[in-house]
Design a protein. Structure first.
Length: 250
């Protein structure tokens, strides 16, 4: 969190985050257009934002795209803000989501655990219910298998899809259909990719939610920061987050 606070302390870096908030997935050339400094200066600021986990990059051909990663900000919220001002912060978070126009969302988080335990937490109903709004996940976990997300006790199915790629405990790719309302059903099929890599005594998890329609309903992707924050909390401490909606179906 110290790295996050240091990164946010600089107005130029906050401007870069604002720009990615306005339009995600921008290249270095696009970002430097709006700043009165050299290309090298912008690169230095982006590097610090990456090191703090606030920006995640993805190379497409010769270009590197930059994505705003709200997960560290969510973790700051859960640790320092939510117990004081949950209603106010939730309102601001909802406003941020409504203003975004995504095509692809990329989230990154570091968790002190092993790849095997992280994989288990992603693919086991009993564990998933602890951090995914009280819903579990069911599948035979083979390529082409159906995936179902819901809560059998409450007779609720909030999503389904298909396993596209499976490489335990490194990579999992699923299609996803959101089913909890007519509005999200209308968005059709999207894709979610989980990529796990060990880093020292921890794991780096990158979640990419893509194949989103421009102007997609924010409910389709807006819950990931809270879900990933809950996942980290559970694996590292065994505790449950009690932020709004986190235990919806428990």
């Amino acid at each position: 969190m110290d790295d996050v606070f240091r990164a946010l302390a600089d107005p130029t870096r906050r401007s870069l985050l604002d720009e990615l908030f306005r339009e995600d997935g921008q290249t270095l050339s696009a970002l430097e257009e709006g700043l009165p400094m050299t290309r090298f200066g912008v690169m230095k600021h982006l590097k610090l934002l990456e090191e703090a986990g606030l920006v995640v990059t993805k190379r497409v051909g010769r270009e590197k795209q930059h994505f705003l990663n709200p997960v560290p900000i969510r973790l700051v919220h859960d640790r320092w803000v939510s117990k004081y001002a949950v209603p106010w912060v939730s309102g601001l978070s909802d406003l941020k989501t409504r203003l975004e126009t995504p095509m692809e969302k990329v989230y990154e988080i570091y968790i002190k655990t092993t790849p095997e335990k992280l994989w288990e937490a992603l693919t086991t109903t009993e564990i998933r219910q602890k951090y995914h709004f009280g819903t579990g996940i069911e599948s035979t976990w083979e390529v082409g298998a159906r995936v179902e997300i819901g809560n059998a006790q409450h007779g609720v199915i909030i999503g389904d899809g298909e396993v596209l790629e499976l490489e335990p405990p490194k990579r999992l790719v699923l299609t996803m259909n959101c089913l909890w309302s007519d509005d999200v059903k209308a968005e059709g099929t999207t894709r979610v990719t989980y990529e796990i890599s060990p880093v020292g005594d921890s794991c780096r998890l990158v979640l990419t939610h893509d194949q989103l329609r421009e102007g997609c309903n924010e409910e389709v992707f807006g819950g990931w920061p809270m879900i990933l924050s809950g996942l980290k909390t559970w694996l590292e401490s065994g505790q449950l987050l009690t932020t709004p909606g986190s235990l919806m179906y428990t």
